[in-house]
Design a protein. Sequence first.
Length: 399
Amino acid sequence: MTSPRVLEPKRTADTPIRVLMITAGWPQPGQPQTTHFVKRQAEFLQRAGVQVDVFQFRGAKQFWNYLRAWIKVRPMIRSGRYDLVHAQFGQSGALALPRRLPLVVTFRGSDLLGIVGADGRYTLAGKVSQRVARFVAKRADAVVVVSEHMKAYFRTSAPVLVLPSGLDFDLFRCLPRDEARRRLGWPFDKRLVLFAGNPDQPRKRYPLAKTAVDLLNRTLPAELVVAWGVPHSDIPLYMNACDAFVFTSMQEGSPNVVKEALACDLPVVSVAIGDVAERLTGIDGCELCADERPETIAAGLERVLRRGQRVAGRIAVAHLAEEAITARLVGLYQSVRCGCSGRRRHDPGAVAPCPLRTSRGSPSSSPAATKSTTSARAWNRFSRATTRRTDWKSSSWTA
């Protein structure tokens, strides 16, 4: 006599959504990072009632790191604890293939647009990265891009939502300039221009910003301040203490630092990249440069500094509050979970709630990684799921 089958309760629209978030970008203590927005999104999702587990791993442009992470995350995907997978960055989405759960993938910039090398050209690794991202997009149940222009870089039959990263207005708030300088121990009598980014990253084009400020100094004294390697919580102080923000990147999705500067009412002088033109539209006192010549950027900085006033940026980006962005993302989750996204529905059933926690992929933490036969099978499955004719031994991935 067989035992009676226990039916799991049917999940409804009111049942908390359970998400496994996979990301190769996660802020680490003591290390300069620009991925705080991923952690912030997970935290705000949890506040909104979504049950989020984060699987974080270090890709470091190495295929083997992705393979190890893929082996480790598969039991989590098969566990039945989640309604869907949300991959942050395109290459992270490969870890969810072949799909056992609905897949939402967020493309944020270089994962889809490519990687810029030291010579200012796109690298081979960047081209491989783009191919993987496009492959994942075709197999996702829903795609999120942070800027409208990114839609042109892939094709998919899934719904595509333009959703910039949200802003934490409690962190990025306005302070009097002199108070911010007093806290930082900076002089009160100098004009300061802020560059917030890794000066060694080619696509940020720090030399262009420096050249522009050097040209500016021929007619108006000013100093360039680099905010890199400082605690993320101090960035708002830097923005409130400076007189202008210069942005010179050659490639971006939706640069968070520009929106954060606007949230602090800091005047922005920027080249036309990503969605910056949209962000600066209608804000008096900001400058969108007509070209990328240092003379043009210097002239924009001079106009801003001679004006000597803050801008109404905070009001202009109010609709990008993290709470509002989270609500839209939760709506997307709901449509994917109920099968309304245009892909086939997959409902793993109800399970006990699980708290927000993070897991880190490592070679030694997965039993499967210690068994050669299992690794071989995993290799074959992973390769079939993510590649067609690409020679991964001679290529790299990007996080």
